[in-house]
Write a protein that binds this ligand. Sequence first.
Ligand code: FPP
Length: 246
Amino acid sequence: MDPESAPRIPRHIAIVMDGNGRWAERRRRPRSFGHREGQKAVRAAVEFCLRRGVEALTLFAFSSENWNRPQSEVGALMQLFLKALDREVDELHENGVRIAFVGDLSAFQPELRERMQNAMTKTGANAKLKLNIAVNYGGRWDIADAARRAALEVAAGRLRAEDITEQSLAPFFCLADLPAVDLFIRTGGEQRISNFLLWQVAYAELYFTEALWPDVDADVLAGALAEFARRERRYGLTSAQIKAAS
Ligand code: FPP
């Protein structure tokens, strides 16, 4: 294909995987059934990103607020994560996927934490796709955590308070080693960020689809990428300035 006509591919996609519960309820099945089906869509999204050469995919798997769901649903999700780790890590590793869990991992059971850590260690040197799974994550938590860690540097005399800028604060955030999010997708029909990545989506293109997460496949994702390729990203400049620079 002529490189001039090659579609623009986002380097970093973030997804709020919403709609598992409704997908199951519509089939008169327990919500946990929807989460189990949701795993297939996770797999489809990873394969899609590998095929399209996306560098990073960040999935919102469990928010800090999700602990407040019925205990049975939280328990089912934890079991699902454990099983998914056992089943998927080797194949992801063989495909060059680096897995990272982002969020406050201290709240999880030691068994799950250990398996998350093992997956990160095993796949840490892979570079084909950086797959980040946000668990017990909240965008405000991320901001507070970055501020706390920067404050500790100030207290230790390694950073001056007056030198805190967007640039000097950036390394303290989750995903600091990755390009900023280019495309933020939310499935399930709601048009909200819901305390997912806040700092990291400053200039992301937002894409909302009615598709419930278990129904998401390569076609739905291709639709999001096609829409992304049509958008003009101006970063505060004018359209004429962008055209002149390209
Ligand atoms: C939101 O749908 C989804 C979740 C809270 C869990 C996401 C988990 C998975 C997709 C399972 C597999 C994930 C990995 C990384 C192995 P919802 O329950 O809020 O749906 P609703 O809005 O229809 O109620």
